[in-house]
Design a protein around this ligand. Sequence first.
Ligand code: PLP
Ligand code: COI
Length: 341
Amino acid sequence: MEKKNIDWANLGFGYITTENRFVANYDGKAWDEGKITTDSNVVISECAGVLQYAQTCFEGMKAYTTEDGRVVTFRPDLNAQRMEDSCKRLEMPVFPQDKFVEAVVETVKANLEYVPPYGSGATLYIRPYMFASSPVIGVKPADQYQFRIFVTPVGPYFKGGVKPLTIRTCDFDRAAPHGTGHIKAGLNYAMSLHAIVDAHNNGFDENMYLDPATRTKVEETGGANFIFVTKDNKVVTPKSSSILPSITRRSLMTVAKDYLGLEVEEREVLLSEVKDFAECGLCGTAAVISPVGKIVTKDGEICLPSGMEKMGPITQKLYDTLTGIQMGRIEAPEGWIKEIK
Ligand code: PLP
Ligand code: COI
């Protein structure tokens, strides 16, 4: 199989249309079998639930070419579980988890020419999503839904690859207590757009959202969870019921403990203690682990001791081990790697 003629090494995090995608429809009672189609356009009612009341959710995952030339994905069962959680919270029909994983495999198989080669620095981003396709005008769940998966080859989420980022604490809230922060609802991202545009206009790469009730605790960014490293090499991550349970972050905590022998803690993290950490990183499928060098708060700047030139040493080890597992250089824990080809 010939790879597409793409300048893999210089890809950013953007959308490139590929030939094939997966589509399944829910008619109000059941999902159909679903199939691969070449049509990248979606045609729905002007009054579709997704257009009027944002009834939509999505997932994000990646396929990798391993050192020995296989194509794999990373823990797709956890994306299937999280999409089920999102659907239930948004009154959408669940696409069965085993079918979700099968559809991911089928979609990647149908787009193998677009899976970036090993060592190119790029990966294949996989975007499963579901939306209400039938009309609703009173505020209620729609009857019909569509589930789709497209793929697109991507490079680093943040320009500059792994250069430390400068972020700020945000005046806007991302998620209310008992709201939808813990699921991957499109609405969480719509409401973050103003905050991210404002952050970029002011020279920041991302926003650090704080807990909306007290604005004293660290939550997450618009698209990634935080990990911190203490001066005595403990890996700490914020615990909150209003952040997205990142699969990357959960995996990194296992890597820290079981592969690197580090102590790990998932607990509330006060903004006031961030100045005492040695390293900070943003973790997610898109972000992988992107180091943070500086955090600007209302009470002044926090410059992480790891600096603005490169990742801190523990962050680097976490990054190397996780990507080593994903690219097949390091043996994965049981069940983490789903082979596609
Ligand atoms: N937090 C938010 C708000 C996200 O959008 C994402 C991306 O999916 C993450 C965290 C990271 O989650 P994961 O590691 O499962 O990709
Ligand atoms: C991901 O990491 O998969 C995300 O969804 C983050 C962002 C692109 C929304």
